[in-house]
Each structure stands twice: as structure tokens, then as C-alpha cells.
Design a protein around this ligand. Structure first.
Ligand code: FES
Length: 207
């Protein structure tokens, strides 16, 4: 069944975690509207409702995803973020290592082996993350701009969880001194072609 843009395929009923996810999604739409001239048509598509309930993989077309933008999908009841990072963001990531709790992604629970690199991704510019804070499961806000923020005067882009003020960089790596204990999770995923990602299935031959 076709889905377009940042949408909510299951509007009712919702639980509290789901409500936080939706609140964050609404905030993202507002942030995109304020920060970018236009939101291009972003297409994604999902399998049937029955397949999704069974935790089946989902497929996303990222061909219209522009720098600084994010697609939000749902997989196994979790928000999945796909973000195209700018060169400025990629260059800033290594400068943050000293401020992070697990800069080298040494916790194997938080990402598959094929995403265990400095950028925590298969392709440098495209980040795929489970959008749930590793503290108590709120959905953090994306603040991709490299600019001072009320919560961090030296902000280099990343994710801010307003629930208890945890911070993550644009690779989902958690800062030191915040409640969240670990980096955001990178879900299993692979590329079918240059602009098509399947969430829920490892690349062929991956351990
Ligand atoms: S749930 Fe994110 S900081 Fe507590």
C-alpha cells in the first residue's frame, strides 16, 4: 500500500510511547517547514498492514531525500529515521569524539557489524536509526543545523531528547553526562539499489 511523506499509518489507538513518537513527528514537520524552503515529495512504501504487524521488512525510496532531511517510517512499532547528512555534518562528527560516551560504537547491541564505523552507516551520507531514546524511549528531536542551541552552545547537529535532555550526534552517538546510556540503535538494513533501502534485513553475506 502506498505511503507518501512523513505519515502515520496507524492513527488509533495509541499508547504512550506511540503518542511521544507522533508528537515528535509533528515537531519534525514544523522544523522542516521553518528550516527549509520546500519539502520535496518523498516517497516510501510499505507492505500490507498484516505484514507490518508480523514485523516484515519495509522498503523506502530515498531518491527525493535532500541534505538535512529525514524520512520517518514505522517498523515493528518503532520509528525508523532515514537522514541524508550534509558534508558539513560529516566533517563535524569526528570532532565530537571526546564528548561522547561510546564514540567508537563498542557496544555491539547498538548497531550491526556492517554499520560499526565512525559514521555508523553503510553509506556515509545516509544514516538509518531507530528513533527512540535509549534512556526511557522518548523520540528525540532532530536538530540538524550546526548552530548554537539553547541546550548546547557548541551544537554540531544531532538529536535532542526533550524528556530528560539527552543528546546524540548525527550518527546517533550519545553524549557524555546525559541520562541515555547508549548510542541510538542502527536497525538491520541494506540497499537494493542506490536509492532503495530495505529495513529489517541485513545485507547479503553480513554476519
Ligand atoms: S527518554 Fe530521552 S532523555 Fe529520558
Amino acid at each position: 500500500m502506498a505511503n507518501q511523506g512523513i505519515t502515520d499509518p496507524h492513527p488509533e489507538p495509541i499508547n504512550h510511547g506511540r503518542r511521544r513518537f507522533l508528537t515528535a513527528t509533528t515537531a519534525v514537520v514544523g522544523a522542516v517547514g521553518a528550516g527549509f524552503v520546500a519539502v520535496p515529495f518523498i516517497k516510501s512504501w510499505n507492505p500490507s498492514e498484516r505484514a507490518k504487524l508480523a514485523g516484515a521488512p519495509i522498503t523506502a525510496d530515498i531518491s527525493a531525500l535532500e541534505e538535512g532531511q529525514r524520512i520517518i517510517l514505522e517498523w515493528r512499532g518503532q520509528p525508523i529515521w532515514i537522514v541524508r547528512r550534509s558534508q558539513a555534518v560529516l566533517q563535524a562528527l569526528p570532532t565530537l569524539d571526546d564528548m561522547l560516551r561510546d564514540p567508537n560504537s563498542e557496544n555491539p547491541e547498538q548497531q550491526p557489524e556492517y554499520a560499526n564505523n565512525e559514521l555508523r552507516s553503510i553509506k556515509p551520507e545516509v544514516s538509518v536509526l531507530v528513533g527512540l531514546c535509549t534512556h526511557l524511549g522518548c523520540s528525540p528531536e532532530m536538530v540538524a543545523q550546526i548552530a548554537p542551541q539553547p541546550f548546547d552552545a557548541e551544537w554540531k547537529g544531532g538529536y535532542f531528547c526533550p524528556c530528560h535532555k539527552s543528546k546524540f550526534d548525527m550518527a546517533g552517538r550519545v553524549y557524555q553526562g546525559v541520562p541515555a546510556p547508549t548510542n541510538l540503535v542502527v536497525p538491520p538494513h541494506h540497499y537494493v539499489d542506490d536509492t532503495t533501502i530495505v529495513i529489517g534485513v541485513d545485507p547479503q553475506g553480513a554476519a
